[in-house]
Design a protein around this ligand. Structure first.
Ligand SMILES: Nc1ncnc2c1ncn2[C@@H]1O[C@H](COP(=O)(O)OP(=O)(O)OP(=O)(O)O)[C@@H](O)[C@H]1O
Length: 273
């Protein structure tokens, strides 16, 4: 295995010039401020379409803020953010991305299937023409391993199952970019392992780009093709670490020396962020 040190990209990856094939996302010197507090400063990076990125960094370094910036939930105080060549607002309206939070945020009175159907219903009610997945809501529930539980209400499902419903709902408009903010953070280890494997399968099948925030170094290495390490005060990109481990990934890979070297490298890096 190549030494992770040699795989590290420069601290400020230059954003490409306009006119290239659209990346999933491009940030150019993007900063986010809350009043006088700078949460993210001069973040420049290109998110390659179709790739799986995991995002690590100390608490408060701006991981969630970065996802909120990309998803048009908060504006950039300066700099630019493009999603597939569009502004974040245009990308939001075109349903180019979908968000999955740590809490599944399902409507408790609607069944699993009705929750997955919700974005389509909202689109129809608002008269918005939206992309829909090639898969029906039922097929999406099957994809996330919930065949047979379509009629269950959220309180009848486990935490892991609720997160699967949230993932199926996120996929219903066929987003080209999936933003995931610690989606499995509240789950037990076995369930998390299972969902990690399932998410990798979904990623391979759908070809969607994934930005996945986690606090878990093993999870970041296991899922990611690249790990974005952010640093705090103010939030900025510290390093991009490429994870050169083969796909499809299997849980037992975590015991390999290569995996452990990446984890050890990221742990050391995190301690200095
Ligand atoms: N709406 C807000 N108003 C003021 N400050 C905010 C707001 N949202 C986030 N911040 C601050 O911005 C910084 C980055 O927050 P953010 O939630 O992005 O960090 P994080 O890396 O996701 O943290 P954690 O790992 O603990 O979830 C923190 O100092 C936080 O207090």
């Amino acid at each position: 295995m190549a030494d992770p040190m040699t795989l590290v990209q420069p601290l400020t990856t230059p954003a490409p010039e306009a006119g290239h094939a659209p990346a999933a996302a491009i940030l150019r010197n993007a900063s986010v401020r809350f009043g006088t507090f700078t949460a993210i400063q001069d973040l420049s990076l290109e998110i390659e379409a179709g790739a799986f990125y995991t995002i690590l960094g100390p608490s408060g370094c701006g991981k969630s803020t970065m996802l909120r910036l990309v998803s048009d939930l908060i504006p950039a105080a300066s700099g630019e953010v493009e999603i597939f060549g569009k502004s974040t607002e245009e990308a939001r309206l075109a349903r180019e991305f979908a968000f999955v939070f740590q809490d599944a945020t399902l409507l408790p009175w609607r069944s699993a299937l009705q929750n997955v159907e919700l974005p389509l219903e909202i689109g129809r009610k608002r008269g918005i023409e939206i992309k829909t997945s090639d898969r029906s809501p039922r097929e999406l529930l099957e994809l996330v391993g919930l065949k047979g539980r379509e009629d269950a209400l959220p309180h009848e499902l486990s935490g892991g199952m609720r997160q699967r419903v949230a993932i199926a709902r996120a996929l219903v408009c066929q987003p080209r970019l999936l933003l995931m903010d610690e989606p499995f953070g509240a789950l037990d280890e076995m369930t998390r392992d299972h969902l990690n494997l399932q998410l990798l399968q979904i990623w391979e099948e759908t070809g969607t780009t994934i930005l996945f925030v986690t606090h878990s170094i093993p999870e970041a290495v296991f899922l990611g093709q690249k790990v974005l390490m952010l640093q705090a005060h103010p939030g900025r990109l510290r390093e991009v670490v490429e994870i050169d481990l083969p796909f499809p990934r299997a849980i037992k890979q975590r015991e390999t020396p290569e995996f452990m070297r990446y984890a050890a490298y990221l742990r050391e890096l995190l301690e200095t962020c």
